[in-house]
Design a protein. Structure first.
Length: 129
């Protein structure tokens, strides 16, 4: 298991590198197809990431609520590594579905970007990798 990725003097956790890779893939695919369709999807992709991150944290907090009951302010300490990747992925898809229902022109670029990002995310978070 890799505990850190060294880039020169900088040490990055693999989960942060994975999030950056997933975001980059979603933006590349979404923006490419969005330009072809004449729609701007970049801001929606960032919103999907934001909603996903919030829900991933909330999913973790719900799973481990006993650990935070004695010190409730510790739920805001994001350094504890408490994220539920599957809750985040589910939230990303639910939010993207809502966006596509409201803005049908974004369907192909947004969902294609999300499919590509989801594949990378699942491969990066799957047990036994």
């Amino acid at each position: 298991m890799i505990h850190a990725i060294q880039i020169g003097p900088v040490s990055l956790p693999p989960s942060l590198v994975l999030v950056a890779l997933v975001l980059a893939i979603a933006l590349l695919v979404g923006n490419y197809l969005g330009r072809k369709a004449g729609v701007e999807v970049e801001s929606r992709i960032y919103r999907v990431l934001f909603v996903s991150a919030i829900c991933a944290r909330l999913g973790f907090l719900l799973q481990h609520h006993d650990a935070y009951s004695s010190t409730p302010w510790s739920i805001f300490d994001l350094r504890d590594g408490g994220w539920s990747p599957w809750a985040g992925l589910l939230a990303a898809w639910l939010y993207a579905t809502m966006v596509v229902r409201r803005f049908p022109a974004m369907k192909k670029p947004l969902l294609s970007g999300l499919i590509a990002a989801s594949v990378i995310w699942v491969m990066g978070t799957a047990p036994g990798r």
